[in-house]
Design a binder for this molecule. Sequence first.
Ligand SMILES: C[S@@+](CC[C@H](N)C(=O)[O-])C[C@H]1O[C@@H](n2cnc3c(N)ncnc32)[C@H](O)[C@@H]1O
Length: 283
Amino acid sequence: MEEFVAVPTHAGGPFTVRMHDAQRGPDGPTMPLTIEQSTEGHHAPHAAVDKSGGRVRGMFAEIAPRYDLVNRLLSGGIDVLWRRTTVRRAPPPPAGGAMLDLCTGTGDLALAYARAAGPGVRIVAGDFCRPMLDRGEQKSHRAGLAIEWVEADAMDLPFPSASFDLVTVAFGLRNIADTARGLAEMARVCRPGGTLAILEFSLPANRVVRGLYLWYFRRVLPVVGNAVARNASDAYTYLNQSVEAFPTGEALAALIRPAGFDRIESIPLTLGIATLSICRREG
Ligand SMILES: C[S@@+](CC[C@H](N)C(=O)[O-])C[C@H]1O[C@@H](n2cnc3c(N)ncnc32)[C@H](O)[C@@H]1O
């Protein structure tokens, strides 16, 4: 198995995950781990979470009308700051460039990029759930921001190779049924030398903070989320389960790198409740 090292740049701050060249196999990186196979960086053993396309799409279609409200409520608005940090750390391309926000949902990250981008930047927002996309499209019309809204499956993207300078995915990678295939598609549509920015939930490293957070995450969040979103698909229990089962840190880097990315910078946000991974497309 490949070995990764975490190199702190300053205490508690961002760190870069690199693979020792000497520890690569003779034929290059080995096959990516699947979620079920990976053991490092998982916070709690869970039965495999059902992420079949139909289930995930149906669940988001059901909560789409109240998705933004529940996000603000359950995160206390911190999710807005995380998206701002993402835009600052992985800035939009210059004029003439193009970016894709994948698993865009109701488009909050795409909208943040559209506000920050200069003129002449193509911004595409893709998701396979039409009701979520429709919400985003309404918001961009109201705000007068030019975004192309495209119904697209992250595992089979309808874009030519090397179309984008920047690909972003916020709280979406964890939901894609086949993580490795989704990452391979992101690598394919990202131009060599381009950037992939992944914003995803993670669990705090500090045991005390993590204990408190897990109590909130397991006991409070599903009850409040399911009640406010008024859904029958138990979406906020799925949220908790899918986050706890998803790899983080070195285990996530071990999934990202074989897709064709190097220089993976992992930035913990808000005591590690979320992590921003900024990855450079090899080339
Ligand atoms: C938790 S939401 C995140 C939305 C948004 N990025 C945000 O930051 O709020 C996850 C989104 O991923 C989408 N999704 C999950 N699997 C997908 C796939 N295979 N292809 C495209 N979109 C997918 C869902 O439809 C949903 O809108």
